[in-house]
Design a protein around this ligand. Structure first.
Ligand code: PHE
Length: 409
């Protein structure tokens, strides 16, 4: 004899002989005290006996014994289905998840059927259903583990493996310094201009008051383009001055950063290419005082408020008067060190008032307009700021060097 009863732990239980009859009586007494509601129409009945019967129409005790809506059988059947369910890959896994655990899945729908279970059976059935749910979830979890470490079908690639770390790049120290210089001058109202690195002789020399055979050309040992001797690699950024002035738009307040080339022996201190920033300010009544104050402001912003400057008279064919500007050595606090060669000063740029010939070469009336220009290397201040001892490091692309600037500004 089989009986399904909460008293017997909510399970189908086999009972025999007198013992079984005693159980039945105690069960009947318990449900008399707390009668379950009538089963839903068409609901199944598990009976004492060997088989299901149709729902009773009378008030016989059978009706009270085991009213069921087939939930238990469904659970048993689904359990078998889950056991047999084969999950081979991520696709199967997802199908399984949708079928059993999804919002419209079997677990959810069985849960919804709980409302039809009689009160007396609720607890036991709830427990059964919970166990079923855990069973379904465990199968999902273990299958997931397995399929995750499988290659994606046919691709030979296991997408679950950890990826190759992405190297974060860093700005090149020359770019960092170039950007700092630009930012300072932009605050003074200077805009940025650009020009060609392969230049003709006129823009690089002649227009800058350096006619052919001028001895000052020797100061800048030049690379010429073999196939086209009229072309050369610009020796300074001053060519951009000329190109901007030729445009005829005044006033001009510009800085022009860029790469320049000179035929110099490569060593720790010099290279055959390097970087400059050119500055040009042209308007009516621009004076040497403007030049000094502009550059003084600039170096204090770049090196700190305590920096001192000095101007030494110098010579450039394109400026008159000309000067070289030094800053007090920030490495030894002007006491004298190997970098400043014991002088306490570091030379950082050349400057001067734009020569009237240069203005006239570009079609600017030199009686009405005056201006100043300056040119500085970027490598030197970069080496000072970051303590770089060899200029060649800038162009060797050694990651051990470049990586040190990750996060630098
Ligand atoms: N062009 C000069 C050089 O490369 C620097 C400079 C520019 C000097 C502008 C004065 C004015 O040496």
């Amino acid at each position: 004899m089989f009986i399904h009863s909460p008293i017997l732990g909510g399970k189908f239980t086999k009972v025999f002989g007198w013992n079984g009859i005693l159980w039945m009586i105690s069960y009947i007494i318990s449900i008399e005290k707390n009668p379950p509601p009538a089963p839903p129409p068409g609901g199944g009945y598990i009976l004492i006996g060997l088989a299901n019967r149709q729902p009773p129409t009378d008030n016989s005790f059978l009706r009270y014994l085991c009213p069921m809506n087939g939930l238990q059988e469904k659970i048993e059947a689904y359990k078998k289905e889950i056991e047999a369910y084969s999950i081979q890959n991520a696709k199967d896994l997802e199908a399984y998840r949708i079928q059993f655990l999804g919002t419209k899945g079997i677990v959810k729908s069985l849960m919804a059927e709980m409302k039809d279970v009689p009160v007396a059976e609720k607890k036991a059935m709830g427990q059964l259903l919970n166990e079923f749910k855990n069973f379904a979830e465990e199968k999902y979890a273990s299958a997931k583990e397995l399929t995750e470490h499988q290659e994606v079908e046919g691709t030979g690639i296991d997408y679950s493996l950890p990826g190759q770390p992405m190297l974060t790049g860093s700005r090149h120290p020359i770019s960092l310094m170039r950007q700092r210089i630009i930012q300072i001058f932009q605050r003074l109202g200077f805009s940025v201009a650009d020009g060609p690195e392969i230049e003709d002789d006129w823009h690089n020399f002649t227009a800058l008051n350096l006619p052919e055979d001028h001895p000052a050309r020797d100061m800048q040992d030049t690379f010429y383009v073999q196939q086209q001797p009229a072309w050369l690699l610009r020796t300074h950024t001053s060519n951009v001055q000329i190109r901007e002035m030729q445009k005829g738009k005044l006033p001009i307040r510009m800085i022009m950063p860029g790469r320049v080339y000179r035929n110099e022996t490569i060593s720790a201190r010099s290279h055959c290419f390097f970087h400059q920033v050119e500055g040009l300010y042209i308007d009516e009544q621009v004076s040497f005082a403007d030049l000094k104050q502009t550059l003084y402001f600039f170096v204090r912003e770049l090196f700190g408020q305590h920096v001192k400057v000095r101007f030494r008279p110098s010579y450039f064919p394109f400026t008159e008067p000309s000067a070289e500007m030094d800053v007090s050595c920030m490495l030894c606090d002007s006491k004298g060190c190997s970098v400043c060669k014991k002088t306490g000063w570091l030379e950082i740029l050349g400057c001067g008032m734009v020569h009237p010939n240069v203005l006239e070469n570009c079609g600017i009336d030199s009686n009405k307009y005056t201006g100043f220009a300056f040119g500085m290397g970027i490598e030197r201040p970069t080496m000072l700021k970051y303590g770089i001892k060899d200029i060649r490091l800038f162009s060797e692309n050694d990651l051990r060097f470049l990586k040190q600037f990750t996060g630098a500004y």
